[in-house]
Design a binder for this molecule. Structure first.
Ligand SMILES: C[S@@+](CC[C@H](N)C(=O)[O-])C[C@H]1O[C@@H](n2cnc3c(N)ncnc32)[C@H](O)[C@@H]1O
Length: 224
């Protein structure tokens, strides 16, 4: 109750002020190298899960992009078979500040620099109305505790409504990839698919030789 009050207040203030230092550049070599591995990981996982349909253009949506540290991995994966990929990333808490006083929004500008037709959208997935050939959703909040821990107001916990909306944005013939953290979240994710009658393929635990996360990650692919 008190935690939610605090989250609501902080969320309101950061979205009102949009305060941030400007022109973020990561200079720490160690962090840059780790980010390089995170992007290789992303490229690898997408390759393991998605079909590559060569085309001139494709619209791709990333949901819950945070500071979009993995945008390069996504971009280069799609660029490997689409001439002109158009990549949108939507993040509801884009103005959350890091301790260096740069927001996720400013940080995302650094991670998406020089990626053509890549667009970081500070907003709610529910306000997206475009349709997409591919949708990528890494670590959606399917249980409420992580959402509270991440500082979002509880009213934004609506996994069923969000999944339903995301599915509605997927074009016929399109593919959606959802990756969950841990066995428990994967089980909840399956219940959501079943409740909404969304057909899915279970990829099981996905791993990459480039990077290993503490918790196993489970992937699901939806073909529409
Ligand atoms: C667990 S984090 C995952 C972040 C990132 N995808 C990753 O793999 O590290 C979930 C993200 O989804 C965002 N989010 C939650 N609800 C959202 C919504 N309705 N619209 C857009 N983003 C949302 C959160 O703010 C958070 O940044």
């Amino acid at each position: 109750m008190l935690k939610d009050l605090k989250n609501r207040f902080d969320f309101f203030i950061r979205n009102k002020t949009k305060f941030s230092r400007k022109n973020f550049v990561e200079k720490n070599e160690k962090l840059l190298f780790h980010n390089y591995l995170e992007n290789l990981y992303t490229y690898d996982i997408l390759g393991q899960c998605l079909n590559k349909h060569p085309s001139d253009t494709a619209k791709i949506l990333d949901i819950g992009s945070k500071n979009w540290f993995y945008a390069k991995g996504e971009y280069h994966f799609f660029k490997s078979f689409v001439q002109n990929p158009c990549l949108d990333g939507v993040e509801i808490d884009a103005f959350r500040l890091y301790s260096n006083l740069y927001s996720r929004y400013e940080t995302a500008k650094f991670y998406t620099k020089n990626l053509k037709n890549t667009n970081y959208i500070a907003g709610d997935l529910l306000s997206i109305n475009d349709t997409y050939d591919y949708i990528i959703w890494f670590l959606p909040f399917v249980t409420i505790e992580p959402l509270k821990y991440w500082g979002l107001p509880e009213k934004y916990f609506m996994p069923e409504k969000l999944l339903y909306h995301a599915f509605s944005l997927l074009k016929n013939g399109g593919q959606m990839l959802i990756v969950n953290q841990g066995e428990k979240e994967a089980a909840v994710q399956k219940q959501l698919f079943e409740k909404l009658n969304i057909k899915y393929t279970e990829k099981g635990i996905v791993k990459s030789r480039f990077l290993e996360y503490k918790n196993d990650r489970y992937a699901f692919v939806i073909n529409k």
